[in-house]
Design a protein around this ligand. Structure first.
Ligand code: HSE
Length: 436
C-alpha cells in the first residue's frame, strides 16, 4: 500500500516531538499499521532553521495554509495552538477533505461542536487524544474501553504545570514564580501561563471529558474555574496535618440536579492513589457503574509524552482512513443525534465539604461568634484548629473543616464572618472531596 502523507502545522515542543517520534519509530509504526506514514509537508515559524525533518524529502513552509491546501496531504496535524488561526486551518483542512489530528484543547473545548459537525458532513475524522492529559490515552479509554458504562463521575489532575508547581512548593518550599519559570523552560506551560495557573487549561480538558462521559455538548463557558495562584504554603502544611493533600482537580459528576463541571484546588485524603500523583504527572480517576473506579496515570505535558498521543491518533486515522464515517468511533463517543441536554449546574448549587482558613485576632469569643454564624446557616463543623501566631505577630490562623454544605450557604456564611472586626482580610476556602 502507498504511504500516507501527513502535513504538520507547527514544529515547536509538541510538533518537534511528533516528528521525532514518527521518524524514530517509523519501522515499528509501519509494522502496526501495515503501511508507511510520511511527513511530507511541515509549516512552522523560522522553519529554515529546523533540523528534525529531512528538507530533501519534506516540503517546508512558513505558510500553514500551503500544507492545508496541499493535495498530497491526507492527514493534517494541527500543533500550533490557539483558537483563531488554528480554527481557520482546521476548518480549511476539513473543507479540503483531509483528516485532522490536533492537540489543541482550547480549540476543541470552545469550537469542537462546529468542527465535528463539519467533519461529519465531509466524512473525515478529527482526533484529539493529546488534548487531554498529554500522553495518557484517556480519550480512547472513555470512548471505547469504558463504553459499556454509565459514567458517574470523573476527577482528574489534568494540568501538569499546576501539579508541578504544587508539588515543588510542598516538597521543596520553592517559590511559585520560580517553579513556573522552570515549567516554562521545560516546555510544560501554555504560551500564556495564566491558562495553567488560573485553571483555564484544566477547564478546557474537563469540558472535553464531561462530554465524553455524559454525552453532553461541549460547554466550556459553563465550567466553574479557579486556579492555584491563591494557595499558600500555610494551606499546604495545614492540609497535610489534617491528613489531606491539595491537588488542582477537574471534577465532573452526574447528579439528580444536573452535571457538575468544576475546576478548583481540592483537599483529598492523602491515602488516595491520586493524592500521590506528583510533578508534571497527570491522573484521571473515572467512576463507571459497571467497572467501579479506574485510574489512568502518565505524563500530562512535554514533547514526547504528548507526541505519543498525537502519533497514536495518526495511526488510528491511517487504520480507518477509508472507512465510512458511520463505522468510526463517534468523535465525542456518543452518536451526534443522541446527545443529552442535561444542564450543567451553577457552582452555587453544588455541595462539598470545605476547608477554611481565616486570620483572627487572638481574643476570647471569636471562635464562638464564627460558630454561631455557621450554625445559623446550617453548616456543621467537623474540626477546628488554632495555629499559633508567628513570632512578633498577634493574629492567629483558624483552620476549619466543615461537613458537606451547599456552596451558596457557605458563601453567605463566609461573607458574614469576613465582616467581623476580629477577622482580618478574606477567608480562604478550599473544597474537600473524599473521592472514595
Ligand atoms: N500546559 C499544559 C499542562 C500542557 O501543563 O498540562 C499539556 O496540555
Amino acid at each position: 500500500m502507498n504511504a500516507v502523507k501527513v502535513g504538520l502545522l507547527g514544529l515547536g515542543t509538541v510538533g518537534g516531538g511528533t516528528a521525532t517520534v514518527l521518524l524514530r519509530n517509523a519501522d515499528e509504526i509501519q509494522r502496526r499499521v501495515g503501511r508507511a506514514i510520511e511527513i511530507s509537508h511541515v509549516a512552522g515559524l523560522g522553519i529554515a532553521e529546523q533540523t528534525i525533518v529531512d528538507a530533501a524529502t519534506t516540503k517546508l513552509t512558513e505558510d500553514a495554509f500551503e500544507v492545508v491546501n496541499d493535495p498530497e496531504v491526507s492527514i493534517v496535524v494541527e500543533l500550533i495552538g490557539g483558537y483563531t488561526l488554528a480554527k481557520d486551518l482546521v476548518m480549511k483542512a476539513i473543507e479540503n477533505g483531509k483528516h485532522v489530528v490536533t492537540a489543541n484543547k482550547a480549540l476543541i473545548a470552545t469550537h469542537g461542536s462546529e468542527i465535528f459537525k463539519a467533519a461529519t458532513e465531509k466524512g473525515v475524522s478529527v482526533s484529539y487524544e493529546a488534548a487531554v492529559a498529554g500522553g495518557i490515552p484517556i480519550i480512547k479509554a472513555m470512548r471505547e474501553g469504558l463504553a459499556a458504562n454509565r459514567i458517574q463521575w470523573i476527577a482528574g489532575i489534568i494540568n501538569g504545570t499546576g501539579n508541578f508547581i504544587l508539588t515543588e512548593m510542598r516538597d521543596k518550599g520553592r517559590d511559585f514564580d520560580d517553579v513556573l519559570k522552570e515549567a516554562q523552560e521545560l516546555g510544560y506551560a501554555e504560551a500564556d501561563p495564566t491558562f495553567d495557573v488560573e485553571g483555564i487549561d484544566a477547564a478546557h480538558k474537563l469540558t472535553i471529558l464531561a462530554s465524553l462521559a455524559f454525552g453532553i455538548e461541549l460547554q466550556f463557558d459553563q465550567c466553574y474555574t479557579e486556579g492555584i495562584s491563591k494557595i499558600t504554603t500555610d494551606d499546604v502544611v495545614y492540609a497535610q496535618e489534617l491528613g489531606y493533600s491539595i491537588k488542582h482537580l477537574g471534577i465532573t459528576r452526574k447528579t439528580e440536579n444536573g452535571i457538575e463541571l468544576r475546576v478548583h484546588p481540592t483537599l483529598i485524603p492523602k491515602k488516595r492513589l491520586i493524592a500521590n500523583v506528583d510533578g508534571v504527572m497527570n491522573a484521571v480517576l473515572v467512576q463507571g457503574d459497571a467497572v467501579g473506579p479506574t485510574l489512568y496515570y502518565g505524563a500530562g505535558a512535554g514533547a514526547e509524552p504528548t507526541a505519543s498521543a498525537v502519533v497514536a491518533d495518526i495511526i488510528d486515522t491511517v487504520r480507518t482512513i477509508d472507512a465510512p464515517v458511520e463505522y468510526k468511533v463517534p468523535m465525542l463517543g456518543f452518536q451526534a443525534g443522541s446527545m443529552s441536554s442535561e444542564p450543567v449546574m451553577a457552582i452555587e448549587e453544588i455541595e462539598t465539604a470545605c476547608y477554611l482558613r481565616m486570620t483572627a485576632m487572638d481574643k476570647p469569643g471569636v471562635l464562638a461568634e464564627v460558630s454561631e454564624v455557621f450554625a445559623k446557616h446550617n453548616i456543621s463543623i467537623e474540626a477546628v484548629t488554632q495555629k499559633e501566631p508567628a513570632q512578633g505577630e498577634d493574629n492567629v490562623h483558624l483552620v476549619l473543616l466543615t461537613q458537606i454544605v451547599k456552596e451558596s450557604n457557605m458563601s453567605t456564611a463566609i461573607k458574614e464572618v469576613e465582616n467581623f472586626d476580629e477577622i482580618i482580610g478574606s477567608i480562604a476556602r478550599i473544597r474537600v472531596e473524599q473521592l472514595g
